[in-house]
Design a protein around this ligand. Structure first.
Ligand SMILES: Nc1ncnc2c1ncn2[C@@H]1O[C@H](COP(=O)(O)OP(=O)(O)OP(=O)(O)O)[C@@H](O)[C@H]1O
Ligand SMILES: [Mg+2]
Length: 267
């Protein structure tokens, strides 16, 4: 494997995904650099979620390849991602409404909870210790996103903006080296978006995780991302620094079906 390949957290080569009769991802060759925060943008239906779903094993590639940190992972199963310290959030926060926030966050801790299934079933002390430690990690993740005070509230009682941050805590709890975030700020107020941006900006430290952020709000993208990939109709339209890419005429034109240039800049 080349040194360059290792420097990419995610790389796809000629990736195609068909969903029923829809060619959702069309021959996409793209790379997201390790240790950076990259944006993945494009109009509705461009294939952004499908691309994330494919690299995280939720939908199969029809052809082409996926590499994570230089290892070929095409066809990887979602639970195997956790062992590679890769996590993700979902476009609609997929939480269990009846459960407290802390329990929802523990669900993201695949690696921490993997050990001792037999001892857990038998209620052995080792399993109880492991569960306590997992609970501590979940509480810490909730603290990192500023939600310590909501830890024991059932999530269905919490406003959507808070639920989105619980989902973020769930993506953070396993100490991943790469996180895919599918619209972390969607449906949030301006103030709630600022809180999400602040949490994500706080992760951009030396040794912090690679972030790949799908987002329609270009203010969020501009604040967080050092590079951006634009998808349109399943294909890569442009890639590069946000200030160059987002103002290019073809990118503005790609958004025209759903809005104006102002939407591209500051939706
Ligand atoms: N389960 C499915 N079955 C068939 N087609 C699908 C399915 N899910 C998505 N599609 C289609 O695949 C294409 C890509 O959808 P995708 O959800 O990846 O787009 P997106 O860029 O994430 O859009 P959005 O910004 O609205 O979330 C669209 O044409 C969509 O209608
Ligand atoms: Mg989507």
């Amino acid at each position: 494997m080349s040194a360059e390949a290792k420097n990419d957290a995610v790389r796809t080569e000629g990736l195609d995904v068909w969903l029923g009769g829809t060619h959702a991802v069309c021959g996409v060759t793209v790379a997201f650099a390790a240790g950076r925060t990259s944006g993945l943008v494009g109009p509705n239906g461009a294939g952004k979620s499908t691309l994330l779903n494919c690299v995280s094993g939720l939908v199969p590639a029809s052809s082409g390849e996926v590499y994570l940190y230089g290892d070929r992972t095409t066809g990887i199963k979602p639970h195997q991602l956790a062992l590679r310290r890769i996590s993700r959030s979902y476009q609609g926060a997929q939480l269990v409404g009846e459960l407290p926030a802390v329990d929802n966050v523990m669900v993201g801790d695949h690696v921490g909870l993997r050990t001792g299934l037999v001892s857990a079933a038998l209620g052995l002390p080792r399993a109880r210790r492991a569960e306590r430690a997992a609970r501590e990690r979940a509480l810490h993740a909730l603290e990192r996103v500023g939600l310590a005070q909501y830890a024991f509230r059932p999530v269905k009682e919490l406003p959507y903006g808070i639920q989105k941050r619980v989902d973020l805590a769930r993506a953070l709890v396993s100490d991943p080296r790469c996180i895919f975030l599918d619209e972390p700020a969607a449906g949030l107020s301006r103030a709630e978006k600022e809180e999400v941006v602040e949490v994500l900006a706080g992760l951009r430290v030396a040794g912090g995780p690679t972030l790949v952020v799908v987002e329609h709000d270009m203010r969020v993208i501009n604040q967080l991302c050092s590079e951006v990939v634009v998808l349109a109709a399943g294909a890569v339209l442009a890639a590069g620094p946000p200030e160059t890419v987002l103002n290019s005429p073809e990118v503005v034109a790609a958004y025209i079906g759903r809005g104006s240039k102002e939407q591209v800049e500051s939706e």
